[in-house]
Design a protein around this ligand. Structure first.
Ligand code: GLY
Ligand code: MN
Ligand code: MN
Length: 442
């Protein structure tokens, strides 16, 4: 199988520090930033759901443990960047594995200071003293919202109302705008996630044959992710035949139809960065003529859309380009009545294409960042990364010619905005019908 195993860390500690510096420059002096790690989620007994750090917290710290709090205090002479985290504890570490601890946070993650998380209530009100504004993710965690108010009120009471932040403002916008533009280290992680995810998709194509179950293809994806130490970025969709018409199908446990298609939408994450790929291919290795006709419409729509992923173009443009090509194809096949413009203006195509053509991609598969600014579709900039994923989902209504019924197709790639041609991060996995058939022949 292709793809060497990479275990090195791609994001350097200086980068996390640089991200914190940038955020501090944005919020300015006399402000503070407070951000919590994701909690562990118990499933039952002493079994937990797989731990996944909060993406905002991971972005600013590179710290992958629960029970931690980041505090940034721009301009504070005694130290601007503080981490509260769990202390080393040999007894607990014997059961749960190593902890970075306070020294590790200072030495390996570049924090000016680190304190035990158990001291948070004692220390945090004091850190608020010189601050007039506190930024955090207001409304994300009601418990933390209350604790912050409590810390502030305590400081206020102790100082007769003289100290403590008068304003509590949401951090979301500043932080998420920063995450939207991908740095060099981030691009390397995303390229790696894309490569492993593409190889996993190729593997599924190679092993697919009549008589298999969706679950077996799902296992092939996971095999490729896991051997690189990568978790899935989201629950994969492995949908044979009509299951592809269920947009969020995740059961992945049904027999594949001998002469039908299978739609796979799957990607892994590398150092937290997601890939998100969809391919649709014939279970038996050969597209039928009607399957190929519909497939080629989606493929043409995807190429047209990718061509719009350029700096200066509005985000909306690649969706509009995809819709136009899809509608042209559907009108030509007689699946939509009337002319192209009317179908677009009246939204009649939504019967067969009911989702948008893409989304931001990064630490989250549907990544953060505004899509509209001042009620206008925002303009694409270099080093934004997004998915381009047109599809067609044709049910079995009486007015559909029998040979086009029950076909669900989506083709999805991850694309970076560059100064030149759009960079398709996931192009390793084939998508032209002849190429798919060739890969499936082996
Ligand atoms: N895999 C989720 C999506 O394509 O948006
Ligand atoms: Mn997807
Ligand atoms: Mn997607």
């Amino acid at each position: 199988m292709p793809g060497e195993i990479v275990t090195t860390v791609m994001i350097r500690p200086e980068e996390f520090s640089r991200r914190r510096q940038r955020l501090m420059a944005e919020v300015g002096e006399h402000s503070m930033v407070v951000l919590a790690a994701a909690p562990e989620r118990p499933r039952n007994g002493d079994t937990f759901y797989p731990y996944r750090q909060d993406s905002d917290f991971l972005y600013l710290t590179g710290f992958n443990e629960p029970e931690a709090m980041l505090v940034l205090l721009p301009g504070r002479e005694a130290g601007e960047q503080i981490l509260f985290c769990r202390e080393r504890d040999p007894d607990r570490e014997r059961w749960d594995g190593p902890r970075l601890g306070l020294d590790g946070a200072r030495e390996q993650l570049g924090f000016d200071d680190a304190f035990p998380i158990t001291d948070l209530d004692d220390i945090l009100p004091g850190l608020m003293e010189g601050c007039s504004r506190l930024h955090h993710l207001v409304g994300k965690d009601a418990g933390l919202d209350q604790r912050i108010i409590g810390w502030r009120n305590r400081l206020r009471a102790e100082s007769k109302g003289e100290k403590g932040p008068g304003e509590i403002v949401s951090l979301e916008h500043l932080l998420h705008e920063q995450r939207l533009i991908k740095s060099r280290d981030e691009r390397r992680c995303m390229a790696r996630a894309a490569r492993i995810s593409a190889d996993a998709m190729t593997r599924a194509m190679q092993v697919c044959k009549r008589g298999m179950n969706e679950a077996e293809l799902t296992a092939e994806l996971f095999h490729e992710y896991q051997r690189h130490g990568c978790p899935p970025a989201y629950l994969p969709i492995v949908a044979g035949g009509t299951n592809a018409l269920v947009l969020h199908y995740i059961a992945n446990n049904q027999p594949l139809p001998d002469d039908g298609l299978v739609l796979i939408d799957a990607g892994c994450e590398f150092e937290g960065y997601a890939a998100d790929i969809s391919r649709t291919f014939p279970v038996n290795g050969r597209f039928s003529a009607p399957q190929r006709e519909i497939y080629n419409i989606v493929l043409a729509a995807q190429y047209a859309a990718i061509d719009e992923v350029r700096p200066g173009r509005p985000f909306q443009a690649f969706h509009d380009a995809a819709v136009r090509v899809l509608v042209e194809g559907l009108v030509e096949l007689g699946l939509l009545p009337g002319d192209v413009d009317t179908n677009i203006e009246q939204g009649l195509f939504r019967r067969f294409y009911m989702h948008k053509t893409g989304h931001w991609l990064g630490l989250d598969v549907h990544d953060v960042g505004d899509y509209r600014i001042d009620e206008q579709s925002r303009v694409l900039e270099k080093n934004m990364v997004l998915t381009v994923e047109p599809g067609l989902y044709i049910g079995d209504d009486d007015d559909i010619p029998a040979h086009f019924r029950n076909i669900g197709i989506r083709i999805e790639d991850d694309v970076r905005v560059t100064e030149g041609e759009p960079e398709v991060l996931t192009e390793r996995v084939v998508k032209a019908p002849d190429d798919i058939e060739q890969v499936m022949r082996g």
